[in-house]
Structure formats: C-alpha cells, structure tokens
Design a protein around this ligand. Structure first.
Ligand code: AMP
Length: 126
C-alpha cells in the first residue's frame, strides 16, 4: 500500500516556516528541533526535509543522499548535545513511532532523541 503525504501536517508547516520551531541542527536534508512537550530533559525531534510519512515510506521512496543526510543529522544532534556514550556522553534513546500501534500523531517522519536522565523501561506495560 502506498502513502499519501498530507502537506498540512504541523511539521510540514514548520519546514515552510509558517510556524516557529526551536532549532537544534539544520542541514541540507534534515531539521532538528526541541519537542514542544518534552518527555525528558532532552527531547529533540529530527525530521527529513522531504515529504515522507514514516520510516517505511522514507527508506523505500527517498534518495540515498536524503537517507544518509537524515542519519548523519541524527548523529550531529547527538554529538552537539554531548550524548554519545562512546565519548563520555550519557547516552540516549531513539524512537520512531509509526502507524496505529506505534501511536504516531504527526504524519511526517520524525525521530525522537530522548536523554538527560536514566529513562527506565522501554515502554509502559499495558
Ligand atoms: P508522535 O506521537 O511520534 O507523532 O510525536 C509527535 C511529537 O511532536 C510529540 O512529542 C509532540 O509533543 C511534538 N510536537 C507537536 N507539535 C509540535 C511543535 N509545533 N513543535 C515541536 N514539537 C511538536
């Protein structure tokens, strides 16, 4: 099944500059900004600049440079915030929600980078 991208989603509006954002990193292919309702002391969202609904849409439809650019932008945020465990940072959690079971609210691909405290179990038990 294909994906239909809704250009009225809130992250599309951020990319067009129609609503403000608290930018952490911006590159040719990606934008990273602080989440408006942080779930941890560090909560950054990283989005590709292209019109992709979720990870599956992105990896099957984006150009190789966009995929590499998005992956590198994630690392740039981690590096900028000093989170990389291999070089003394405290580590982080990377989350991408997709679809109904994943409870994805905004229909533009985004990765959550969470840190700033020990985050505990991966998910709440139902
Ligand atoms: P998800 O449930 O994975 O789709 O997560 C969507 C995230 O976007 C939530 O963590 C929201 O707090 C966040 N969010 C929604 N609107 C904005 C906004 N205008 N600026 C920054 N973050 C936002």
């Amino acid at each position: 099944m294909g994906y239909v991208y809704d250009a009225d989603n809130i992250f599309a509006k951020i990319l067009r500059g129609e609503i403000p954002n608290d930018t952490v990193v911006e590159t040719e292919h990606a934008l990273a900004f602080n989440d408006i309702a942080p779930q941890a002391p560090v909560h950054v969202l990283v989005i590709p600049k292209g019109p992709f609904v979720n990870w599956d849409h992105f990896v099957t439809a984006a150009a190789a440079e966009e995929i590499a650019g998005f992956a590198r932008a994630l690392h740039q945020v981690i590096e900028k915030l000093g989170l990389e465990p291999g070089v003394g940072g405290q580590g982080y959690r990377l989350i991408m929600n997709a679809g109904e079971a994943g409870v994805q609210d905004v229909q533009h691909l985004h990765a959550h980078i969470l840190s700033g405290r020990v985050l505990g179990p991966l998910i709440e038990r139902a």
